[in-house]
Write a protein of this length. Sequence first.
Length: 83
Amino acid sequence: MEAHTLEEFRAGLEKLSHASFHYHFIASRLRLHLGTNDFSNWLASSLGLGLLAQRVNRVDIYTNTLDSARAKLIKLVDEELTR
């Protein structure tokens, strides 16, 4: 799956498997040694959405299920799209 716009990213979030979501949102924090996730990294570097990237990065991976974390990401993206 690829996304080139925030709209495409949002649509992709809804279709992403649990395994892919875990890989890009949780495992990437350890894999990249950046203290961030693939989604935040892409939002900041490819779309120039640094503030959204920071908000996405603050979604707590310890107090959310994969589904609730995905729902929070979608909500954050929706808020950005309505700006």
